[in-house]
Design a protein around this ligand. Sequence first.
Ligand code: NAP
Length: 300
Amino acid sequence: MAARKIITVFGATGAQGGSVANSLLMDRTFAVRAVTRDTSKPAALKLKEAGAEVVSADLDNEKSLESALSGVYGAFVVTNFWDHFSKEKEVQQGKVIVDLCKRLGLQHVVYSGLENVNKLSGGKLDVLHFDGKGKVEEYFQEKSCPMTSVRLAFYFENFLTNSKPQKSKDGKSYELVIPMCDVPMDGISVADLGPAVLSILKNPKEYIGKLIGLSAEKLTVAQYADIMSKVSCKTIKDAKIPPEVYEKLPFPGAQEMANMFKFYLMVPDRDVALTHKLNPNTKSFKQFLKENKEAFIKAL
Ligand code: NAP
C-alpha cells in the first residue's frame, strides 16, 4: 500500500487546527503531522494517541518550521493574532510559512485567512486581525504557492465565552452585546471547520486558488438572541448597541472588535451554500446551541 500523504497541521492543540487534525485522523486518507510548541501538553498527548505524529515548532522559529514542513504533501496553517495583537507579527509569521512551503514544494496549503479590510475599504477601516491575514493571502498568490484560503465567520463558540450574553441592569434578563444593528451576521461552529478542510484537501483541482468564506448561516442579533432564549429558557435580547458605543467598552481589543463588526456591517462575502457542500453536517446555530446547552447556561 502506498504511504499516505502527510499534512502538517498548525494550531493542532487549538480550536481550528484541532478540528482539522481530528477530521483528518478520523478519515485516514492523509497522515497528520500536528504542530505545537509544547509536545507534553494534554491536547498534544491526545493527538498522539489518536495517531498523529506530534512535532514541536514555533511560528517565530524558522528552523523549527522547516523541519515541521519537510517531506509533506500539504499543510493547514492558522496563526493566532490574539497571542500578540500585532498585525506585523502575523504577516511576518505568514510570510515565513509561504516562503518555506514554496521552497519545500508543498502541493496544497489550506490557509486560515481573512479579508484585507484596509485594502477593501480604501484605507478607511483597519481590522488588524483581518488585514494581516489578507496580506498573507496576497503573498501566497504573489509567490504562486498553491493555496486555498478558508475565511471563517464569527465562531458560535464565542457566544459561550467572550461574547456571551451580559446580565441586564434589572438582573433578571440578559442582553446580547453585538453591534450589528439589524444586519444579519455570518456564524459557524469552529468544530465544523475540519470536515470542510478535508473536502478541500481531497479536491485540490477544484479548490486551489480559491478564497472561501465559511458560514453555517446568517442571523440577526435578535434572531441569535431568540434562539438563545428558546434553548436556555432565559430572557435574552439584542442590546442594540451601535459600534461607536461598543468600541468604548472597557475590555482589551474593544476597538479592534468594533472595527470587525463595522466590516461585518459591509456584508462580507461568505458562502453558506459552499460551506454546506464542503461539510454537509455543518450545524445551524440552533443545533449548535442545543448540543452545548449545558455549557451555555453555565456560562451565563
Ligand atoms: P486557539 O484555539 O487559541 O489556538 C491557538 C493555536 O495556535 C494553539 O494550537 C497554539 O499552539 C498555536 N500557536 C499560537 N502561537 C503559536 C506559535 N508562535 N507557534 C506555533 N503555534 C502557535 O485559536 P484558534 O481559534 O484555533 O485560532 C485563532 C485565530 O482564529 C486568530 O488569529 C483569529 O483571528 C482567527 N479567527 C477567529 C474567529 C473567531 O470568531 N474567534 C473567526 C475567524 C478567525 P500551542 O500553544 O500548542 O503551541
